[in-house]
Design a binder for this molecule. Structure first.
Ligand SMILES: CC(C)(COP(=O)(O)OP(=O)(O)OC[C@H]1O[C@@H](n2cnc3c(N)ncnc32)[C@H](O)[C@@H]1OP(=O)(O)O)[C@@H](O)C(=O)NCCC(=O)NCCS
Length: 169
């Protein structure tokens, strides 16, 4: 379950042009975990981030602003050539600045350049904000996955076809 930005009193306005999107490094893991802890109630263990970084260095990206990690996205390419977005989060203080969108564009571009025919992801049916972000990028709801999450909530499985990429604003 994600934490709503309505819980956060102050949102920082940041021009997205001053945010750098780059590959994650080992030394970023504590900052990535800080963002993750402020974004999700169910947290991934540190070992999972380390293993993911080792296996998918090109598609584990961070957003850096004034030397600080304020967002991350984890993508990977499956053997069946599905690019999959496993997780994305932006520090609650910096949301609504276009950083989530910039991270998604960067990881989708990378996955497609690595050979993905399409990009898929799961999202909680209640996560309207994320769903809106994905739909604006061209993702479509393909199916509803019953009780996908451990608390019993359903997920939408959403897909973006590589052939459609770049056609939507
Ligand atoms: C989802 C998330 C990554 C979006 O990051 P963000 O940096 O705030 O997103 P952006 O500023 O790039 O916004 C992109 C789009 O999201 C939607 N959006 C952003 N803020 C919104 C808000 N307050 N209400 C509704 N939709 C909103 C809009 O469609 C927006 O596009 P627009 O600016 O053209 O209208 C961020 O909210 C987050 O970290 N949430 C918690 C973790 C999470 O739920 N991750 C997704 C798991 S599947």
């Amino acid at each position: 379950m994600s934490i709503s930005s309505r819980d956060i009193p102050f949102i920082k306005k940041v021009p997205v042009s001053l945010v750098t999107i780059r590959q994650a490094r080992l030394f970023d893991i504590p900052e990535i975990m800080r963002v993750e802890h402020s974004s999700f109630r169910e947290k991934y263990p540190r070992g999972l981030f380390l293993m993911f970084l080792e296996n998918n260095p090109e598609t584990f990206l961070v957003a850096e602003y004034t030397g600080k990690v304020i967002g991350y996205v984890m993508g990977y390419l499956r053997p069946d050539l599905e690019g999959h977005v496993m997780s994305i989060a932006v520090d609650p203080l910096y949301r609504g600045n276009g950083i989530g969108r910039a991270l998604m564009i960067a990881v989708i571009d990378k996955l497609i350049r690595l050979g993905a025919r399409y990009v898929g992801l799961e999202v909680r049916v209640s996560n309207e904000r994320a769903i809106k972000l994905y739909e604006k990028l061209g993702f479509k709801k393909v199916k509803r996955v019953h009780k996908y999450y451990s608390d019993g909530e359903d997920a939408y499985y959403m897909v973006l076809n590589a052939s459609e990429w770049g056609k939507e604003s």
